[in-house]
Design a protein around this ligand. Sequence first.
Ligand SMILES: Nc1ncnc2c1ncn2[C@@H]1O[C@H](COP(=O)(O)OP(=O)(O)OP(=O)(O)O)[C@@H](O)[C@H]1O
Length: 564
Amino acid sequence: MSSASRRSSATRKTPPLPKHHIRPTTPFSTTSFPKHPPSPATTPPSKVKENVTVTVRFRPLNGRELSKGDEVAWYADGDYTLRNEFNPDIAYSFDRVFGPATTTRHVYDVAAQHVVSGAMEGVNGTVFAYGVTSSGKTHTMHGEQKSPGIIPLAVKDVFGIIQETPGREYLLRVSYLEIYNEVINDLLNPTGQNLKIREDSQGTYVEGIKEEVVLSPAHALSLIASGEEHRHVGSNNVNLLSSRSHTIFTVTIESSPGEDQGEEVTLSQLHLIDLAGSESSKTETTGLRRKEGSYINKSLLTLGTVISKLTDGKSTHVPYRDSKLTRLLQSSLSGHGRVSLICTVTPASSNTEETHNTLKFAQRSKHVEIKASQNKILDEKSLIKKYQREISNLKQELQQLKSGMVEKQNPVVPSQEDLVNLKLQLEAGQIKLQSRLEEEEQAKAALMGRIQRLTKLILVSTKNTIQPNILEKPSHRRRHSFGEDELAYLPDRKREYMVDDDAGSIDSELSVDGRSDATNLDEIVKDFKRSKRRGMLGWFKLKVKSYITLSYVPFDLHLICYAQ
Ligand SMILES: Nc1ncnc2c1ncn2[C@@H]1O[C@H](COP(=O)(O)OP(=O)(O)OP(=O)(O)O)[C@@H](O)[C@H]1O
């Protein structure tokens, strides 16, 4: 093969070699998860073994490599095999090998979609990109506006799955952290520095990490973008924007069949990880960069050791504790949930050795066994159930408050004498009445606000086929439309997201009252102004009429007080 033709592509189609297909979806069973003890009410786990999905993605030779005369040293030989150009005996097979022309969308469909859909069904999932500096990890995980990466595609998919799952309610929370020089920083909360890893009976977790409930893809992406602003990035001689830290973006997904149904809630975590790249002596660095590089290399070395120990079949001790990265990945690597490893490589001959090391790591990782199983929790442990119960209680409370107010307003036609007495009573008790009315109004507004806030947090599909009549009345749930625009993912964009106003289905129910109140109030104000013109007697005549026609008497009382 000539240099020129080698340079043109790192992909070749030759007769098929033994193929390694992506494993079929594993039937779900039950397991536990960090921070949430397993429910005794769950069915016994029927764990089915599968392996980590391991794929390799080539990036094209870049300008720097071409200008220094680099050749293609490694190439994709079909969809599953990767070969060394100069030594045909060196070949590796993986679940999939992506040539340099492959789109990230395709990588997502093959390497990440099954992990994301599993997470939506309660199976923990981890997708991570591994490779040397400048091999394309960030390009793969984050992408750019024109070519969104695995993280934005997964976020969009999560909301798409909610939309395609009528009759189920979801609550999503996200967190975003970096491990920089072996220190954990919260990227969603700049004051959350040097956070500690804690362990409970269910595994490791980061103490004090901020979790934000997300309401739409744009909302989640804006959080990532704002988190990215705090991530440590710097340039080395091969990458102008080299990641100096490992990042873990976690989506916690709770789902339940609905407010009044007894079925357990499923809970899972989806970890999307962009590792920093290992650096060799060729990566010329000094000072701070070198220090960062040594932390990065050390933690990746520990990751390699952990993978080796997990797969050699004889180790009794796995050194998860030797790095923050492996401690946080402990639950995933020790088999709780689905894992997809995307190794990124350059075909460049100048990087032959580094690419070979990545491939050896990928090969070992293939033998890590995992048991994908579904997490279920009891109602009381679940945030979504807590919110659902709270909404229902608040609605009852609101109803009681409203009916209490209406009872007090029963329109009775008073006699002339009653009216005089009433006026005297009103004069005596006007301040008390006024403040009580204000209190009731405030309580009502507070209840409405709480119901509205809680309702917005729970996500449902607009395709509600379970209750078709729901379309006939204003919805009580937040509605979403998940367009491509949601992926307009600008890292420099500040948090300009919403809690927007399309949500307000509960508004529509509540605003019915709001509008009628306002209408009555307007009328009363008009009456009041007219009566002022006519003098007090006119006002009293008018009020007698108002008592009969208006149902919302407290406002009348209120105005009478002012009218005196
Ligand atoms: N598959 C690809 N197609 C086109 N360009 C790519 C691809 N992969 C990476 N690149 C480009 O190569 C450069 C380096 O990629 P990237 O920053 O993703 O590397 P990295 O592995 O994350 O590096 P580091 O570990 O230093 O952060 C970027 O300019 C990126 O746009």
